[in-house]
Design a binder for this molecule. Structure first.
Ligand code: EPZ
Length: 413
């Protein structure tokens, strides 16, 4: 890409990756087909659909909709190569147990941003009576004696909360999750399951109650918009002096991001499902940004905001509290001329007047997106390698940014 173009215009945001993935997992629960509307064309969604296919479901992707036919679901063993393919495969553990009462999975393994343990997932399922034997990294799960129960999470894990919700929805009785994650995607999963006939309440608060039902029926559903894609595009506009309008967004899911962009000098107006951003001539630094579980500042927006701080006036302090290795984009940003010091999970960013283009490499999904944002405002040409990582969570990012005025192409290097 060639930096320096104003990034502005209007763009519509797709459904959220982190809502669609658990909803795809929950789509094995009902007796009947599920259609996910507005489904983003991203690698993680297609990888999850492939796993559903291996379990016996039929998935058909067409015109931005994913059809899931689960009538022939029979496989409770998740082969290792699939578990490794996408971490979110672990979201299938709960629904497979909820539906078939047995499951064999392997540890999904870590990724670029951290070890990604699943101890809380297993603690939650054991509290529901699942017997789990770990034999050399393969988890043999016996759910024949599963029952409703009380689950307490030492940390409000998003995935563990979703797994227990899905495992409990067909269990007679009331299951209560204490210290549940409160992300908007959890509320969306509750909405989706309740539309299928489930009885869940409390999502979005730290206590979620799941009242077991006999069965669920299929539905057609449009998940919530992707607040992280929306935040990423707002950063693109903020860094390149533009005026940007986003449609199909939930401003109330973006409060911490909007707050920080306003602190940096952006004028942001909300009206219903629309957001407009007007960037200042030059961004101001952020006194401090700390990532936290929702409703704190989302860790998935840390890299993008850090990129924006690189060209802001003043010194910003950014602390990553959620994942242990989520600052790998700093090295490449420094190669582009950014002035950043890292101490543990803290990055101190001294804004520079300009960065310069460079050949850099995406090392994780959101860090890769941050490098694209930096390239859009750097002087000269930037090449971002390993963009398959970015394709995991952004559908045709180069097309979206081109439509907003960027000089950017996908090339084979
Ligand atoms: C979800 O991951 C998201 N992924 C992540 O988005 C997001 O960053 C994360 O939630 C936090 O918001 C999807 O929804 C598909 P966690 P998840 O369990 O569920 C520790 C992106 O860029 N932990 O809330 O894996 C864990 O190590 C991705 O779109 C345990 O210790 O997140 C981490 O430090 C990246 N034991 C913290 O909790 C467990 O059993 C948060 O993890 C589970 C998690």
């Amino acid at each position: 890409m060639l930096g320096g173009e104003r990034i502005e215009g209007s763009i519509r945001v797709d459904a959220a990756k982190n809502a669609v993935l658990p909803i795809l997992a929950a789509a094995i629960l009902p007796e009947g087909d599920v259609i996910i509307r507005d489904c983003p064309d991203i690698r993680d969604v297609h990888a999850m659909a492939e796993i559903l296919g291996k379990l016996g479901c039929e998935t058909i992707w067409q015109n931005g909709e994913m059809l899931i036919r689960n009538g022939r679901l029979h496989q409770w063993e998740m082969p290792d190569e699939l578990s490794k393919q996408i971490r979110s495969s672990i979201f299938l553990l709960g629904p497979i147990l909820g539906k078939l009462r047995r499951a064999t999975v392997t540890y999904p393994g870590g990724c670029e941003i951290g070890i990604r343990p699943i101890d809380l997932h297993l603690k939650g399922l054991r509290a529901l009576g699942v017997r789990i034997v770990d034999a050399g990294g393969v988890l043999y799960c016996d759910g024949r004696d599963m029952h409703a129960g009380d689950v307490y999470f030492d940390y409000p894990s998003v995935g563990a909360t979703e797994n227990v919700m899905m495992a409990a929805v067909l269990l007679p009785g009331i299951t209560t999750i204490h210290n549940a994650a409160k992300e908007p995607e959890i509320e969306d999963l509750q909405r989706f399951i309740n539309r299928m006939g489930g009885k869940i309440r409390g999502a979005g608060t730290q206590i979620i109650e799941i009242e077991g039902v006999e069965k669920l029926h299929g539905i057609s559903y449009a998940p919530i918009p992707d607040r992280i894609v929306a935040g990423t595009l707002l950063c693109a506009g903020a860094m390149n002096g533009g005026k940007m309008e986003l449609s199909n967004v939930h401003p109330w899911d973006l409060v911490p991001v909007i707050d920080k962009l306003q602190e940096m000098g952006c004028r942001i107006r909300e009206s219903g499902n629309r957001l407009t951003l007007e960037a200042p001539e030059r961004l101001h630094a952020i006194s401090q940004l700390q990532t936290q579980p929702h409703p704190g500042f989302p860790t998935d927006m840390q890299a993008q905001m850090l990129a924006a701080c690189c060209v802001a006036r003043g010194t910003s302090v950014i602390i990553e509290n959620v994942f242990e290795n989520r600052l790998s984009h700093v090295a490449d940003l420094c190669r582009m001329g950014a002035n950043i010091r890292v101490n543990g999970r803290m990055a101190v960013v001294q804004g520079v007047d300009a960065m310069h283009g460079m050949r850099v490499m995406a090392r994780d999904l959101r860090g890769g997106a941050a490098l694209v944002l930096a390239g859009l405002c750097a002087q000269g040409e930037t090449i971002v390698e390993n963009i398959a990582l970015i394709d995991r969570g952004y559908a045709h990012l180069e097309d979206t940014l081109s439509a907003l005025g960027a000089k950017i192409d996908r090339i084979d290097v």
